[in-house]
Design a protein around this ligand. Structure first.
Ligand SMILES: Nc1ncnc2c1ncn2[C@@H]1O[C@H](COP(=O)(O)OP(=O)(O)OP(=O)(O)O)[C@@H](O)[C@H]1O
Ligand SMILES: [Mg+2]
Length: 332
């Protein structure tokens, strides 16, 4: 019974790539999404999205609640049929060759799918069996995953007794046991404590270093900014931007800011010339906004010398990915 249930809910067995496939892996995108659409009644959850992810890339799908991230991931992983469009996994069309495409993925869905009446080790072993791994390989990998994910001491307890964070770590281990070339994770660290979050992130980073492509959905901007090489921002079912976190910050033409504390009162009018386009007082510090930070600082220094005031502190900051995210999602 468990086996039957498993076949319908878990990824299909994974076989080792032939050398021919391995070569292809290096020259074609790991994932291509073409004109994907999905509606639920009147709700257009995904409106026509296309993007491609390079092999070994750490790619983020970032968007607010209800943006269409999970719907996209469910179509990409073959759980949900799209209304239109196609998904190509390492050159294999998911619709035309479902099993072959599924074999290349390790999936951590938004809602975990481990078996509560099996122990952590049994869950991992079961997945390993369905992916055709030998007993020795299954045992080795289960040991390493359980250790790396901080579950070694609870390895033989039933997962129904586990906390949310522990269950999520078992789910991650199950998705990784066949060492898939593509890992797809839907909000893997949502609602977890710092320890669980770190264990999971470190393990995913290790898989990425070893060559797996990672596709991660999140609404945690800081996490996306820190982990992802490229980020695709989705809002209301559409893509609003795809780029590196750095370029996203730069290309949105947002102002840079320099914050200065002076030793005495200054006049706003002294600074509102030349390179500084806006000046505002925030608590006891002045915030000056400019496109060119270097020129703005030169100007501030010149003014303070002319007026005979001293600078007590100065700090600069560019737009954060959060500023970009809010700006893009407001506009669209
Ligand atoms: N099975 C479903 N039936 C009806 N509507 C759905 C279904 N799944 C998703 N939706 C709707 O599609 C839209 C996108 O939902 P989705 O779960 O893809 O968003 P999300 O970006 O993953 O959000 P979150 O960050 O909250 O997980 C929402 O309006 C949601 O209500
Ligand atoms: Mg979701």
């Amino acid at each position: 019974m468990i086996k039957l249930l498993y076949i319908f809910t878990k990824p299909v067995p994974f076989r080792k790539h032939s050398s021919k496939q391995t070569n292809l892996y290096h020259i074609m995108p790991a994932l291509e999404v073409r004109n994907l659409k999905k509606s639920f009644g009147d709700v257009q959850a995904v409106k026509d999205i296309s993007f491609s992810v390079e092999p070994k890339e750490f790619f983020g799908l970032l968007g607010p609640n209800g943006a269409g991230k999970t719907t996209s991931i469910r179509m990409i992983t073959g759980v949900l049929n799209p209304d239109a469009g196609s998904v190509i996994i390492e050159g294999t069309d998911l619709k035309k060759n479902f099993l072959e495409a599924k074999m290349k993925m390790g999936v951590i869905p938004e809602v975990g799918n481990i078996y509560p009446d099996l122990s952590a080790r049994e869950n991992i072993d079961l997945v390993g069996r369905f992916y055709g791994l030998s007993k020795a390989t299954r045992e080795d990998r289960a040991d390493k995953l359980l250790t790396d994910l901080g579950l070694k001491e609870r390895a033989d307890d039933l997962t129904r007794k586990f906390s949310k964070g522990m269950r999520q770590r078992v789910s991650i281990a199950c998705a990784m046991v066949h060492e898939p070339p593509i890992l797809i994770l839907d909000e893997p660290t949502e609602g977890l404590d710092v320890m669980s979050r770190r264990l999971i992130v470190d393990k995913v980073k290790e898989m990425n270093r070893k060559g797996s492509t990672v596709i991660l959905t999140t609404h945690n901007i800081e996490e996306a900014s820190r982990l992802c090489q490229r980020v695709c921002i989705v809002n209301k079912g559409s893509i609003v931007a795809i780029d590196t976190p750095d370029r996203l910050r730069k290309t949105t033409e947002m102002m840079q800011m320099v914050e200065v504390a002076f030793d005495r009162k200054v006049e706003q009018a002294w600074f509102l010339t030349g390179y500084i386009s806006r000046a505002e007082l925030c608590n006891d510090k002045w915030r000056f906004y400019a496109d060119d930070l270097d020129k703005a600082i030169e100007q501030i220094v010149k003014v303070k010398e002319e007026q005979g005031v001293k600078i007590l502190s100065m700090s600069t900051s560019g737009p954060t990915l959060e500023d970009v995210f809010v700006k893009l999602c407001e506009v669209h």
